[in-house]
Design a protein around this ligand. Structure first.
Ligand code: SAM
Length: 232
């Protein structure tokens, strides 16, 4: 797929992979996604009384990490895939996080007032929304002035050897593993989505235009991964 599919197709794709999503993440990143998610939560600067959103929360890993830090405020996981949200809710229940709120909604139209949120995380979501500037505008709108969003995602590294290794790994190991569960096409979507995703510099330029007061992109793992940290 070399074009961004419509939102309904993306939503159906994520519903389809819900049963295997956590298992494949753990296997295929050798557990490293947990470290990247911890870094992201720290960069979003939550405190104990924050109103914190985890956008495109999926199965809720980042949401649970936020809830570990936000004891007196509110933590809300937002996603448009009911099946991934069901996995997230069950995981939170098992781990005793009963105060997390789960919201089925489109992150391009957040049902929160302007200037009402203290901290936002987003993991592997920005690459999957149909309109990246609209998503960043919505994040800017709901954040309180001076507060932060940290956005984690895959990137295409600048180093050609690393980029080729990333492509080989995604097209062979990841797609082969996913095909055992009948999800070959859904995981074949990852590499083209990384190719069309704006790089760190471009993300910073978009965020600046929207009006964030600070915008920094931190590459991880030689640029295979990155965190965009935005301050309103
Ligand atoms: C790759 S998953 C990431 C899940 C989780 N954040 C993680 O780090 O494991 C991307 C998520 O984005 C969600 N998503 C994509 N576009 C969305 C939108 N416009 N509104 C809400 N959720 C969206 C999908 O349903 C899916 O759960």
């Amino acid at each position: 797929m070399n074009f961004t599919p419509p939102a309904s197709q993306i939503q159906q794709m994520f519903d389809r992979i819900a049963p295997v999503y956590d298992l494949l993440n753990d296997w295929l990143s050798l557990g490293l996604h947990k470290v990247w998610k911890q870094i992201t939560v720290k960069m979003s600067s939550p405190d104990t009384a924050s109103v914190a959103l985890d956008l495109c929360c999926g199965t809720g890993d980042l949401t649970l990490l936020l809830a570990k830090r936000v004891k007196k405020g509110r933590v809300i996981g937002v996603d448009f895939s009911p099946r991934l949200l069901a996995v997230a809710k069950e995981k939170a229940r098992r781990k005793g996080y009963d105060k997390i709120e789960w919201l089925e909604a489109d992150v391009l139209q957040l049902p929160f007032p302007d200037n009402s949120v203290d901290c936002i995380t987003m993991g592997y979501g920005l690459r999957n929304v149909v309109d990246i500037p609209a998503c960043l505008r919505e994040i800017w709108r709901v954040l309180k002035p001076g507060k932060k969003a940290a956005i984690l995602d895959f990137h295409q590294p600048e180093n050609n050897w690393l980029a080729a290794t990333q492509q080989w790994y995604l097209e062979n190991i990841v797609v082969t593993a996913a095909s055992f569960f009948g999800n070959r096409q859904d995981y074949a979507y990852i590499h083209p989505s990384i190719q069309r995703f704006p790089n760190g510099k471009q993300q910073v330029a978009i965020a600046k235009q929207i009006g964030f007061s600070q915008q920094t992109h931190y590459p991880l793992m030689g640029g295979i991964m990155g965190v965009l940290v935005l301050t309103k």
